[in-house]
Design a protein around this ligand. Structure first.
Ligand code: OAD
Length: 256
């Protein structure tokens, strides 16, 4: 992008909106991890084109065929292990370091925000790198358990399941409460790489809008919030977010 590129003024505006916000919040989805080689769910190369969520991402699918579900999860765990945080994740981590009150809410289960250095992260759908016992409820890092077709709880010996939220399941009430509160308090919402089709995450922009939060969207495609956003970037997260973070950094450096 050159200095005269009109996008530059949008980058500048986005950085101003973030720095003027007392509380700034990013809501992320699979799109932010696409540039790390982790497939999204929807769209032409999305996981749900190849796989049926009813067979792989519901509690009843797990009860009927836990081996099939674990096989799919081991495949995705391997993808996540190989993946690295990309410039989009790193830019959000930098925004958190720069801004006095910046938080990430994510629908992603890949843990890449943490690996990029973000600390104030709320994971809506759990984390694929953790397993949970179906009996005693204890949680384990997947590196602590045996890689088996049907992994067993190291404590009680019962069947483990991925520690993620499946379709039809409720989110952790604590996570829901925190997300709801933050959405109602935030002055700015940066919506990145999510189709906004899955609730309750999809309702976060509406809650934020109720108190007139400013909205910035970064997505390759339009979503229901695009028309209402203050700025809507039709670009890759890994391209736009580092430019915004750089503007923010310059601002904070010049101030100190
Ligand atoms: P989706 O796969 O529904 O949407 C991904 C979005 O990212 C799309 O809107 C793309 O246009 C956009 N996108 C793709 N690459 C991008 C890039 N490089 N930069 C910016 N945007 C990009 O993923 P989610 O909205 O996260 O839930 O899906 C929500 C939930 O549905 C997931 O958490 C998962 C899924 O079923 C469960 O498994 C419970």
């Amino acid at each position: 992008m050159s200095e005269s590129d009109p996008e530059n003024s949008l980058i500048e505006k986005a950085a101003s909106l973030i720095r003027e916000a007392g509380k700034a919040t990013a809501l992320t989805g699979a799109g932010i991890s696409a540039e790390s080689g982790i497939p999204t769910f929807r769209g032409k190369d999305g996981l749900w084109q190849k796989y049926d969520p009813e067979e792989l991402a519901t509690e009843s699918a797990f009860r009927q065929n836990p081996e099939r579900v674990w096989e799919w999860y081991w495949f995705r765990i391997d993808l996540v292990r190989k993946a690295k945080p990309n410039p989009g994740h790193l830019a959000l981590a930098e925004m958190e370091r720069l801004h006095p009150d910046f938080m990430v809410m994510t629908q992603n289960v890949d843990g890449l925000h943490f690996r990029a250095g973000s600390r104030n992260v709320l994971e809506f759908h759990g984390n694929i790198m953790r397993a949970r016992c179906t009996s005693c409820g204890r949680k384990f890092d997947v590196d602590e358990i045996k890689r088996e077709k049907l992994p067993r709880c190291p404590e009680c010996g019962d069947l483990l399941r991925p520690d993620v939220v499946w379709f039809g399941e409720s989110l952790d009430p604590d996570v829901l409460e925190k997300a709801d509160k933050r959405a109602r308090e935030t002055d700015l919402l940066l919506v990145v790489g999510t189709s906004l089709l899955v609730y309750p995450a999809a309702s976060i922009p509406l809650l934020a809008k109720e108190r007139e939060a400013r909205i910035i969207e970064v997505n390759l495609e339009e979503t229901y919030i695009s028309a209402e956003a203050d700025i809507s970037f039709r670009n890759k997260a890994g391209e736009v977010l580092p430019l915004i973070a750089e503007r923010l950094r310059r601002y904070y450096e010049n101030r100190s």
